[in-house]
Structure formats: C-alpha cells, structure tokens
Write a protein that binds this ligand. Structure first.
Ligand code: UTP
Length: 402
C-alpha cells in the first residue's frame, strides 16, 4: 500500500485533496522516494528498550592523565603529524530548543565582540594544529536543511582562518516526522515533514559522500567526532588520542565526573561485557547510588559527545543497523485545513540514530576523564541549564575573551 492510500494519513490525504494534479505528481514522487520503515517504531516509547546486563567500567581519571600526560601527548601529536587523525563536526541538528532558524554554529556567543560557535570551535582545533605544526582534516556534517547556510557561513568568514582545502562538508540523511499516532506531517503541499535522522549515521553519510577515498589517501586511522554546541570542546586533543592509543582500544570517549548521582547524563559502562552508554532514565536506583570502596560512584562518568573511533573499525561496522530512537520534538506542519502551524511545545516524533550507540559496537573504549569546567559547556537552550548563559559563564572561567 502506498502511504497516501492509508486512511490514517490525514495530513497527506488532506494535502492531496487541495493540491493541483501537477502538485500531486511531485508529492507522490517525493513520497515514493521516502523510507517509511522508521514509522514502525512509533508507539514504543523508546525503541531501544531491550538492554543487556550493565556493569561499571573504570575510567582513566585525571590523576593518571596528569601523571602520564607527556607520554600520551607525544603519542597523540605523532599521530596528528603523521596525518593519522581526522576531526568530524556533527552539525546536522536543528537546534530546536534554541529556536534558531539557521545552523546552530552560526550562533553569536560573544558579548563584547562577535564570536560565532563555529569560529570558537575552529579556534579550539587550531590550538592543536598550532602545537602539532600540522593541519587536521575537518569534516563537517550538515543536513539538507542547513547545508547551504553552513557552507556559505564558513565561506563568508574565510573558513575562520583554517585552510579551506582541509575542510570537507557532507550531508546526512533525513527521516520522516509524524504526530504521536504515526500520522506523517506535511511541510508543504508537495513535501512530507522530514528531519535529520540523528547524529548516528555520520560515518555512513561520509561513505555515501565519497569521503572514504579521502580518508584512505590521507592514511586516517582515527576520527574524533564531536558536537557543534559545546564551545569549550577540545578537538583532536593529543593527550586523549595518545591515551586511547596507549590503552590499545578501538575507541575513546571523553567523560566528566557526575555532578550528582542522579545527574541527567548518559553514563559510560559495559553492557554484556562490551562498552556501552546507559541513559540516565534507564538506570535503576541501585545503579544510580552504587559506590566503590573509596566512596566514588560506580557509574560515575557521563559522556559529553566527544568520541575517538578507529577508522578501520568504523568501516567494519558500517553496514550494521543502529537502533532507532523516537525523539519528541516541535515539528512545524501544514494542518489538514491548509494552515501552517508552528508549535510552541513538542507535538510529535522524529526518528534518530545516535552516535552513542556506536560505542557498543566497539570491542573496547577508554573512558577518558576531563574537567567539566574546562571542556564541557553545551548550549542547548538560551537560558538555564546547558544554555548560552551557562556557557558564557564557563567561558569566562576559562579566561576566553568574547
Ligand atoms: P542534539 O541532540 O542536541 O540535537 O544534537 P539538536 O538538533 O542540535 O538540538 P535540539 O535537540 O533540536 O534542540 C547533538 C549534536 O548532534 C548533532 C547536533 O548538530 C549536535 O552537534 N546532530 C543532531 C546532527 O548532526 N544530526 C542530527 O540529526 C541530530
């Protein structure tokens, strides 16, 4: 059955009744090209509920990192200088909580002077390339929605001083968005509402963009993947890279010590013996409060969306399906009477694969502790927790002028 033949699909069917035959031709073509299988996940609150047995995973803590920093750093810098490291900026999200209608990285986080999020991230990267005396390829993932604006913004700002030939943009895939009953929203008379399909498909999107050749030509062995919205993000951190290499594991994850046992942060642990991230809402009371002999939390380190992956391993797992997460979001849509609705509160679901699920596909992962005040200032909202306000406060604490 074609999706428009399903009587439940009221938004699509209403649009078709209003449309001209020419518009319907275009709409049908668009609908036929869309993969609707993600809709099967609706109704299951979170499709990823079948979890295995969790156990704590020891982190490489600050004290050890400080003691071995020279050794780790040398290993990391060597890898960078030999061209074995690439950086991947995940910038395909829509930043709906911030309410921006342009790429999140274009946000001006400055106060006294202009300082864009993208600009600050490139500066952070250049701290490392300056020290290494070598450039690191920067791959920027966009979505169909923000691709052109992102590329234009980098160009208008002369790539923030980074050599253009070391920056590559690629676009991620989209997935349909629907209401809580699985009725697909319409974005216009000829298009269903589509949204970026999460940050988990980044490596597949790199392959589809033909970037594998580029990675092979450069001899890339490690990819450091990170979020666009943490302005204190340390990118291609040589000490982190060196620690992951020294431990001989296929991946590493930057983690922060939990501020409180019930902090809402995904915790790096093991699941059925493999590294994994348990979401805060999946943890039992016993897990939340369990402590080691020294009094510290057994599940005490949360991830901050900064991972290092072995490129070889990524290729090996590229065909494997990641779980689909059903995420509640605000979705603008064309109502059945043809009016455009811009909701103030979440009104439906998007379907996302998440990079954190890739960790479970790795044989090993180094949980690498970083200081929250130095490296973790996510900007999800304008005010309050994880906001532009809190990030500015943290930037001041780090002595950054803005
Ligand atoms: P978030 O989960 O915070 O989502 O993304 P978001 O879209 O930026 O913001 P909200 O939830 O709508 O307010 C975490 C990181 O993953 C990237 C984002 O750009 C950010 O760097 N991301 C997210 C993608 O690259 N693609 C996606 O489909 C989703």
């Amino acid at each position: 059955m074609k999706i428009w033949e399903d009587e439940k699909q009221c938004y699509i069917r209403a649009a078709m009744e209003r449309n001209t035959p020419e518009e319907n031709e275009i709409l049908k073509k668009n609908l036929e090209e869309t993969d609707w299988s993600v809709l099967e996940n609706i109704g299951r609150k979170d499709a990823v509920s079948d979890r295995g047995v969790f156990a704590p995973l020891e982190a490489v803590e600050l004290a050890e990192i400080r003691a071995r920093s020279a050794e780790f750093k040398e290993l990391g810098l060597k890898a960078i200088r030999e061209g074995r490291v690439g950086a991947v900026l995940l910038a395909g999200g829509q930043g709906t909580r911030l309410g921006l209608d342009r790429p999140k990285g274009t946000l001006n986080i400055g106060v006294e002077k202009e300082l864009f999020l993208f600009e600050q991230l490139v500066r952070n990267l250049m701290d490392v390339t300056g020290e290494a005396g070598a450039y690191i390829p920067l791959f920027v993932m966009t979505s169909r929605i923000n691709h052109q604006d992102t590329v234009d913004f980098f160009a208008e700002h002369s790539w923030f001083g980074y050599p253009q030939d070391h920056i590559r943009f690629f676009t991620q895939e989209m997935a349909p968005a629907c209401d809580y009953e699985g009725r697909v929203y319409m974005a216009s008379p000829t298009e269903a509402a589509m949204s970026p399909n999460g940050n988990g498909g980044w490596f597949g999107s790199m392959i589809r963009a033909g970037l594998l050749e580029d990675l092979h030509a450069r001899g890339t062995e490690w990819l450091n993947v990170f979020a666009v919205d943490n302005c204190l993000q340390r990118i291609a951190d040589p000490v982190f890279i060196g620690a992951t290499i020294a431990y001989g594991r296929e991946s590493g994850a930057k983690v922060v010590r939990k501020a409180a046992p019930d902090e809402k942060i995904g915790v790096l642990c093991t699941e059925d013996g493999r590294p994994s991230i348990v979401e805060y809402y999946e943890m039992t009371e016993e897990m939340v409060t369990a402590r080691k002999e020294d009094g510290s939390l057994k599940y005490g380190f949360g991830v901050i969306l900064n991972y290092l992956f072995s490129e070889k391993k990524l290729e090996e797992i590229a065909d494997r399906q990641l779980p689909v997460h059903v995420v509640e979001k605000k979705i603008p849509y064309l109502d059945t009477d043809g009016t455009m609705v811009k909701p103030d509160a979440p009104n439906g679901c998007k379907f996302e694969a998440l990079v954190l699920d890739m960790v479970h596909m790795m044989d090993g992962c180094v949980p690498y502790e970083v200081e929250r005040e130095r490296e973790f200032a996510p900007i999800k909202n304008l005010h309050g927790i994880d906001s532009l306000d809190s990030a500015r406060e943290l930037m001041r604490g780090c002595g950054i002028e803005f």
